[in-house]
Ligand binder design. Structure first.
Ligand code: NAD
Ligand code: 0WE
Length: 261
């Protein structure tokens, strides 16, 4: 029996086979979870429907997380299938492309800042608000962060601030929902070539540098993030809340890469 058997999980953030949310869905399905999905827009609808089917799920609901109405609708629709929710995966992040290329002070704008924080951080608590009545003792929420929340990484720019906000959000949400037995955690994943990364200049070079410096000497996969997510959302992690778990091959512990011979 899988570690998530009997659990019902809503997964927000599948866009392609390369998505971290896809790796999480795969691990969750293997571990026995029942799945439901949202998709950002009609462009992604048929793709997400096909993925859902492959994991035995018939529940796919549109949701642009910028819209309170769409978030409310997710739980109205989900309520027609499920009485409650055990798990919500938030794997969504966005800043306007021009904010992620160039000198931070030069390229950051008020609008870019607002959008990055709205889509990448506020949306996590917005989903929790929407799901509130369907969550119960033992439910858990999980989001995806990146080291750019804590350290300066070239070009990550305003997304670093949004991830810092997201990680604080994890702690405040954990404190807020803890008395109801609801856990809230994050995974800080190492860089992975997903759609969200494909628009980034010199991402390949970054991946290579990252692999070289990481203690495991390689990059992580969406399967590895999925497995860690399955643990974090299972009863095996019943004592863990408000935590950010690194799935980055150890990159975050290093101070400097090893010297070349
Ligand atoms: P991805 O492009 O596959 O997924 C990003 C998802 O965000 C997509 O499904 C997209 O539809 C969704 N999204 C964006 N704006 C949205 C909106 N307004 N409403 C609803 N959905 C919206 O990329 P990914 O790398 O799998 O990203 C998932 C999460 O993982 C993000 O939070 C990202 O910051 C985080 N992360 C990624 C990496 C990496 O290197 N790829 C590393 C650490 C953390
Ligand atoms: O969180 C992310 C991706 C975030 C992201 C990516 C894009 C590209 C396309 C947010 N918004 C957009 N908007 C777009 O228009 N990661 C952790 C992956 C990532 O993105 C970087 C990185 C890494 C790693 C951007 C610059 C530097 C490093």
């Amino acid at each position: 029996m899988g570690i998530l058997s009997g659990k019902k999980a809503l997964i927000v953030g599948v866009a392609s086979k390369h998505s971290i949310a896809y790796g999480i869905a795969e691990a969750f399905a293997r571990e026995g979870a029942e799945l439901a999905f949202t998709y950002q827009n009609e462009k992604l609808q048929s793709r997400v429907e096909k993925f859902a089917e492959q994991w035995g799920s018939k529940i796919t609901i549109p949701c642009d997380v910028a819209s309170d109405e769409e978030i409310e609708n997710v739980f109205t629709e989900l309520g027609k299938h499920w009485d409650n929710i055990d798990i919500i995966i938030h794997a969504v992040g966005f800043a306007p492309g021009h904010e992620l290329d160039g000198n931070y002070v030069d390229v950051t704008t008020r609008d870019g800042f607002r959008i990055a924080h709205d889509i990448s951080s506020y949306s996590f608590v917005a989903l929790a608000k929407g799901a509130r009545k369907m969550m119960h003792e033992g439910s858990s929420l999980l989001t995806l962060s990146y080291l750019g929340a804590e350290k300066v990484l070239q070009n990550y720019n305003v997304m670093g601030l949004a991830k810092a906000s997201l990680e604080a959000n994890v702690r405040y949400m954990a404190a807020s929902l803890g008395k109801e037995g609801i856990r809230v955690n994050g995974i800080s994943a190492g860089p992975i070539k997903t759609l969200a990364a494909s628009g980034i200049k010199s991402f390949r070079r970054m991946l290579a540098e990252n692999a070289k410096r990481a203690p495991l000497r390689r990059n992580v996969t969406t399967e590895e993030v999925g497995n860690a997510a399955a643990f974090m959302c299972s009863n095996l992690a019943s004592g863990i809340t408000g935590e950010i778990l690194y799935v980055d091959g150890g990159f975050n512990i290093t101070g400097m890469g090893e010297l070349e011979d």
